[in-house]
Write a protein that binds this ligand. Structure first.
Ligand SMILES: [Zn+2]
Length: 332
């Protein structure tokens, strides 16, 4: 893992400074929970923080120097005191063996330097037994041990874990800052707002969408979604669900639907805007009942909270699209 000179990102400065201050005063929390949506750079932030903690001569801003032995080890991805724990491939949970190994190898053995950093990502993948094993470490902090838990769904973590971490909440930056950052990365300013709309304001996610041209796919899906409400193009909810799931993962799709429904609501509250397209997508002409649209939104939020990526994604999506189809016909 290369060193990360551009980190913290502009929208992470406040968190970084806050941690540096705590570090200078010798009161850096030994367990941090970095929470926030995907695409806000939590992972990069955690890596930069870990490298800074392990660096022998951090710069004035508290960032890793990039030259010392520790930094060279980190640049090569071989620092013995930086440990990462994630679910194994094909699994959605962090195994208890992985946590035990972490505690045994990392916490109890003597490492290269004073600090040892553990990055658990995503932390909400800690199953019950794994969480319990970790809890012991959280209850009895050891000097020089830093636990960085990363999660886009901190509410899924056991309360016993959450309450023992200091939480750093990462929020999407203000629109202008995100657009400026994207432009700096080479994304045309005209395209940036649309990308941010898709990514829920998360700049790194927007950049990834730009890189693989997913905004065009998103626009086409939005069109199909609106056509479904309109009864045009012989859209069939079941066929749409099947096809979309082949293109986009369920969590992301639900995020898309939320942003489309919000556009529909916004347009209605604006008095219909004479049926003008939004981001190149024609809104439904027959304005659906707002109460029903809000009910569908509530369902989506509820599903997002309880998301199990593998469970019945197709059925859930079919039901949502069918509801949308019926709402547009005043039958929901
Ligand atoms: Zn260094």
């Amino acid at each position: 893992m290369a060193l990360t000179p551009d980190i913290p990102f502009p929208w992470q400065q406040r968190h970084w400074q806050q941690l540096q201050q705590a570090r200078e005063q010798g009161r850096l929390p030994h367990a941090l929970l970095l929470s926030g949506a995907v695409g806000l750079g939590k992972s990069s932030f955690a890596t930069a923080l870990a490298q800074a903690l392990l660096c022998q001569q951090p710069d004035e801003a508290g960032r890793a120097c990039g030259r010392c032995r520790s930094c060279r080890l980190n640049a090569a991805g071989t620092h013995p005191d930086l440990h990462r724990v994630s679910p194994e491939e094909g699994s959605s949970q962090i195994r208890i063996d992985a946590v035990r190994k972490l505690l045994h190898d990392g916490v109890l053995s003597v490492g290269e330097c004073r600090h040892r950093v553990f990055i658990l990502e995503p932390a909400d993948a800690l199953g019950g037994p794994a969480a319990n094993a970790l809890l012991k470490t959280l209850e009895e902090p050891i000097d020089g041990i830093h636990l960085l838990l990363l999660s886009a769904h901190p509410e899924k973590l056991p309360i016993t874990i959450r309450s023992r971490c200091q939480q750093l909440r990462f929020l999407p930056p203000p629109g202008e800052q995100a657009v400026a950052w994207l432009e700096h990365q080479g994304v045309p300013g005209k395209r940036a707002p649309g990308l941010l709309e898709i990514s829920g304001g998360a700049p790194l996610a927007a950049l990834e969408i730009a890189a693989n041209g997913a905004d065009e796919r998103y626009r086409r899906m939005a069109e199909e979604f609106m056509e479904l409400a309109q009864g045009e193009g012989n859209r069939d909810p079941v066929e749409l669900a099947e096809r979309w799931l082949k293109q986009v993962e369920p969590g992301l799709l639900q995020g898309y639907m939320i942003s489309w429904l919000l556009q529909v609501i916004r347009q209605q509250l604006d008095g219909g805007r004479d049926g003008a397209p939004v981001n190149g997508v024609q809104m439904p002409r027959n304005l659906p009942n707002l109460r029903s649209v809000y009910r569908l939104l509530d369902n989506l939020f509820e599903i997002q909270r309880n998301l199990n990526h593998n469970l019945n994604a197709q059925l859930i999506l079919e039901k949502l699209l069918l509801d949308w189809y019926r709402i547009a016909r005043g039958a929901y």
